[in-house]
Design a protein around this ligand. Structure first.
Ligand code: IMP
Length: 180
């Protein structure tokens, strides 16, 4: 039987509880809407990890928002980055002349975001920004600074709220540190 309760699984310890996540996402949404005024924003969620964050963030942004998704796989079921970025699903349409924000669950080495920025920039968006729920700056392999960051966290493997370990734990409503 599965459980959402961390105290039932001693490998999990809560790092960011649900109420702090939700409060910060409201702040991010307000900040983004105020920075873009009433212009339409194309939010590009990086699958799979960003799907929970994206759902809450686009509602916090409000106004005119397009939702697009990019399928990316960079980890292969373990806890280490492979450094290899594979596109598993492309955008559904062009982004030329659109104000775009890439929505990511976590920036770790920075390799995935570096690759995505290069890949999307050639499609001539009006602007392109990066919003990440979590940032692990200690583990960077390339220079990468997001425009909007929910929480900066230590270099530990985290799960929940979209983030997985071997495809599980994405449905936890909080962020937890996983210690095997
Ligand atoms: P990067 O290319 O190393 O910056 O990693 C980006 C991707 O790796 C994220 O979109 C996540 O899918 C995954 N990732 C990085 N750190 C973690 C973690 O602590 N838990 C779960 N997934 C992670």
């Amino acid at each position: 039987m599965g459980s959402n309760q961390p105290n039932k699984d001693n490998r999990l310890s809560v790092l960011i509880p649900e109420d702090r996540l939700q409060a910060r996402i409201q702040e991010l949404g307000k900040q983004i809407r105020s920075d873009f005024g009433d212009r339409p924003i194309t939010c590009i969620g990086v699958l799979k990890g960003s799907f929970v964050f994206m759902a809450d963030l686009v509602r916090a942004i409000g106004g005119e928002v397009r939702c697009e998704f990019l399928g990316v796989s960079s980890y292969h079921g373990g806890t280490q980055s492979s450094g290899v970025v594979k596109i598993t699903k492309d955008l559904s349409g062009p982004i030329e002349d659109q104000d775009c924000i890439i929505i990511e669950d976590i920036i770790d080495t920075g390799l995935t975001m570096h690759y995505l920025l290069e890949m999307l920039s050639v499609r001539k968006p009006r602007s392109i920004h990066v919003c990440t729920l979590l940032d692990k700056p200690a583990n960077r392999e390339v220079e990468m600074e997001a425009d909007y960051v929910g929480f900066s966290i230590p270099d530990e493997f985290v799960i929940g709220y979209g983030l997985d370990l071997g495809e599980f734990y994405r449905n936890l409503p909080y962020i937890a540190v996983y210690t095997p």
